[in-house]
Design a protein around this ligand. Structure first.
Ligand code: GUN
Ligand code: ZN
Length: 446
């Protein structure tokens, strides 16, 4: 199998760090060598070419910046058709828009079409791994993983567990949800690059019996992920208090059931107490900051600095369709503004760290994704700092790499994603839209 040699500016975080602004690796003229979907070398281009004078043709990325593909730690693939739905906060938004939309996923063909579109859009927005909610219907998980498999993409997904406070057609029961999840785990987890997540939607839509069953699964399959929502909205927190009067707080509902552990991703955490933050940190679980969603639904301000001080793993999630962009750059820009409102400034190195290496470490996937280290899977993107005139002008005057990254975050979105590579194969090129997989493409004729 031949080598592919990419040449351009390279930037990533090779290690676990609390100081991303000091612990990054950058090559102004770098080389990234790919073989059979893995990174087998990276370094300075001149050094590499001197040592390997017979090197194959290079793929030159001119002024582009090559970085690891972004990791979206929380999204809902069935919700892209109802993104930007007007006027409600969380509980009414779920009732009025989300549940009716998710009903449609009982149809396999519909789920297949939406899964294909969602993946195309992820790649077009620079995301190469996402932790994704499907719906309560097991076939919606099959359709998602089949589409991801066609691209050999590393994706995390799970069937929603939901046995109350939802329309009849969307309700499972503790035993059926448990059996369906086992069947999906056995068929999909670690099949190729697929990873399964046990997915109780959130405390209000699961009975204590269902949460117990979910915890049985988590115990039976310790390397499977868990994903759910936590403390997003004030009325939701009050509802949880009412529904679980014997639990000391929201997190305790999950914790006492047995769902607080490593590889558990809790989305939001906007209204956590100090005690909840501390217990999250001790458990090794991950909080997904979903700033765009929190602004859109009026949920509140993610307390980034306090969470960071607590030592809890932080990742970023688009939470589409409550989030209004699949671009993690746009989500980072929202997170920056959310931090400003709380009198702290989110450093651009730290922001990029938490949607690449930091997120991979939180999910225990750093030997596979999130960085450009030798031996990892070749998921990377080319950012184009000259994607449009205003950005180009701003970047031309950039005083430092930090300044350039900051401009990319604040002004950038999917327009700056020039190319996306998954397992070493180009799956998106801004200038050539026909790259999407024909069997799953919603936007290209097959
Ligand atoms: N809480 C429970 N379900 C959802 C959902 O689909 N989106 C968001 N943002 N919060 C939730
Ligand atoms: Zn969500």
């Amino acid at each position: 199998m031949s080598l592919e040699i990419h040449r351009g500016r390279l930037f990533h975080f090779p290690h676990d760090t609390h100081s991303p602004s000091e612990q990054y690796q950058y090559f102004d003229d770098g080389i990234l060598v790919i073989k059979e979907g893995k990174i087998i070398d990276l370094g300075d281009a001149k050094d590499y070419l001197q040592a390997h004078p017979q090197s194959a043709d290079q793929i030159t990325h001119h002024q582009g910046l090559l970085v690891p593909g972004f990791i979206d730690a929380h999204a809902h693939y069935p919700q892209i058709e109802m993104i930007a739905s007007f006027g409600q906060q969380l509980l009414d938004w779920l009732h009025d828009y989300t549940f009716p939309t998710e009903m449609k996923f009982i149809q396999r063909e519909y789920a297949k079409e939406q899964a294909g579109l969602f993946l195309e859009q992820l790649f077009a927005h620079g995301t190469t791994t996402a932790a994704v909610f499907a719906t309560v219907f097991p076939q919606s998980v099959d359709m998602f993983f089949e589409a991801a498999q066609a691209y050999d993409a590393r994706m995390i997904c799970g069937k929603v567990l939901m046995d109350r406070f939802c329309p009849d057609g969307l309700r499972d029961n503790p035993e059926q949800g448990y059996l369906d999840s086992i069947d999906l785990i056995e068929r999909w987890h670690n099949k190729g690059r697929a990873l399964y997540a046990i997915t109780p939607r959130f405390a209000p839509t699961s009975t204590p019996q269902q949460l117990k069953k979910a915890a049985h699964l988590a115990h039976k399959y310790p390397d499977v992920f868990i994903q759910t929502h936590l403390s997003e909205n004030i009325k939701e927190v009050a509802l949880v208090q009412q529904l679980f009067p014997h639990n000391k707080d929201y997190l305790d509902v999950y914790e006492s059931a047995g769902l607080l552990r490593e590889r558990a991703i809790f989305a939001h955490g906007v209204h956590l107490t100090d005690s909840e933050m501390q217990r999250l940190s001790t458990s090794g679980a991950t909080l997904a900051c979903c700033a765009s969603s929190n602004l859109f639904l009026g949920s509140g301000l993610f307390p980034f600095d306090k969470i960071k001080q607590s030592g809890t793993h932080i990742a970023f999630g688009s939470d589409v369709g409550a989030g209004t962009s699949m671009s993690l750059l746009a989500n980072l820009a929202d997170a920056y503004k959310v931090c400003q409102l709380q009198h702290c400034s989110l450093d651009p190195f730290e922001a990029i760290y938490h949607c690449t290496q930091g997120s991979a470490i939180a999910l225990k996937l750093q030997d596979k994704i999130g960085n450009l280290n030798v031996g990892t899977e070749a998921d990377f993107i080319e950012l184009n700092p000259r994607a449009f005139p205003m950005l180009e002008q701003r970047v031309k005057g950039a005083k430092s790499l930090q300044d350039e990254l900051f401009a990319l975050i604040i002004l950038g979105d999917e327009r700056v994603i020039e190319q996306t590579y998954v397992s070493g194969v180009k799956v998106f090129d801004r200038n050539k839209h026909q790259l999407f997989h024909p069997a799953f493409s919603a936007t290209n004729p097959s």
